[in-house]
Design a protein around this ligand. Structure first.
Ligand code: SF4
Length: 401
């Protein structure tokens, strides 16, 4: 598995697969053909189906500025290896056209010219069960294995990631008004936060966790800077759960960074053994993975053993199996924003549940990841980020009445 730097990326929302990766691909292509008179970009499958709502065209245009770009939308055609395919061509002043470049947005902002594109592999253990045995034998925590595998820049990198997450949250907690996109969705984080600070203990927990997640995901929906965890659409779950636990349990920043390392390993397992792409496996791969990362990290923050960390992550993923991706109007707003708030609360519940046990359970995390992959492949494309089914069509029907 590759470094967790490929999982946590700082970039601009609303979508790691539909804005961050296409923008990066456009920047690479522009460097190859800087003298082109114009560019032609064809978006296939899910990128075309929800690209307008996800602002894919704006991301690509921004990368090619000031050179003009012609975008062709092909929602009903797929390139062979992944639902998020793109083709780039450069057109020169004499009318000649470059070789087409086909590339895929693999989820979480990653790009690949083929779906199995290999970057340097830094983790030997691609199985959580194997890691549990290794850690128990040597008295290690998950984060210590991460530290062994990554380079010396790991902790400064994770500190930058955590600070970027908190900065997004702060911006989101202080912003008011309507989100862009035409749904008329008002931001809610600031009101949740104010009400939560006045509430009793029971409501305060739900109010604060929700406020934190809403703040991050509303910033994402507005095209603000976020950190993928593991994607833009699911970027609020982990920081919300971590911030709540850090505040209420007075955890040091270093312990939060160690939890981020553990969460990164968990997200990496799903990314490499299944998928974190909503276009490929539905929202179970995005918010489900985010919840597993958050649950495992929180369990560690609360003093859990490696076995309890693995159990919490397994539960968090298991109870998101089959979750569809059906964003209304192709925007990353309904159901995405609220879904992160619920996933952050669920992550805490999974951590607490695991801590009540000794971590023994029947279906290991690795098996849940396999089932996620099988379930994702069995989902009709209607439910894999095309906005052609589910809540997206329910909203369209309602608008027609
Ligand atoms: S429904 Fe889930 S997978 Fe789909 S765009 Fe929203 S957050 Fe991403």
């Amino acid at each position: 598995m590759e470094t967790i730097r490929e999982l946590y990326r700082i970039g601009y929302g609303p979508s790691s697969s539909h804005t961050m990766a296409p923008r990066k691909a456009a920047e690479i292509f522009k460097q190859r053909y800087p003298s082109a008179a114009s560019y032609q970009v064809t978006l296939f499958g899910s990128l075309a189906a929800t690209g307008k709502g996800h602002l894919t065209d704006q991301a690509v245009q921004a990368a090619f500025m000031p050179t003009p770009v012609h975008i062709i939308w092909q929602p009903d055609q797929l390139l062979p290896l992944h639902p998020n395919g793109m083709q780039f061509e450069a057109i020169f002043a004499d009318g000649s056209i470059s070789e087409p470049w086909q590339v895929y947005s693999l989820g979480g902002g990653a790009l690949g010219e083929d779906a199995a594109a290999l970057r340097p592999q830094v983790y030997g253990m691609r199985s959580f069960s194997e890691l549990v045995v290794h850690c128990e034998r040597h008295g290690l925590a998950v984060w210590e294995y991460v530290e062994e595998c990554e380079d010396a820049g790991l902790w400064p990198f994770l500190r930058e990631i955590w600070h970027a997450m908190l900065a997004t949250m702060e911006r989101g907690l202080n912003a008011e008004g309507v989100l862009p996109g035409g749904l008329g969705m008002p931001r809610k984080a600031w009101a949740f936060y104010r009400k939560a600070t006045m509430a009793g203990e029971l409501s305060q927990r739900l109010g604060l966790i929700s406020a934190y997640a809403l703040a991050v995901n509303e910033e994402n929906a507005a095209g603000g800077q976020v950190v993928t965890a593991p994607t833009c659409g699911s970027c609020g779950t982990l920081p919300a759960a971590f911030r709540y636990v850090q505040d209420t349990h007075h955890c040091s920043e270093d312990s939060v960074l160690r939890a981020l390392a553990t969460a990164g390993y968990i997200g990496n397992l799903v990314k490499h053994n299944a998928s974190i792409s909503g276009a490929q496996v539905g929202c179970q791969g995005e918010v489900g993975t985010a919840c597993a990362m958050a649950a495992g990290g929180v369990t560690q923050l609360l003093g859990g053993t490696v076995r309890q960390v693995e159990y919490a992550a397994a539960m968090a993923l298991e109870h998101h199996l089959g979750l569809t991706c059906d964003p209304v109007a192709g925007l990353v707003q309904i159901p995405c924003i609220e879904r992160n708030a619920f996933a952050a609360s669920r992550a805490l519940s999974c951590a607490e549940y695991a801590l009540f046990t000794d971590g023994t359970h029947r279906i290991p995390f690795d098996d849940v990841v396999t089932v996620l992959w099988e379930t994702g492949n069995a989902l009709p494309s209607l439910y894999r980020e095309t906005s052609n089914g589910g809540l997206a069509t329910a909203y369209q029907r309602r608008m027609k009445k």
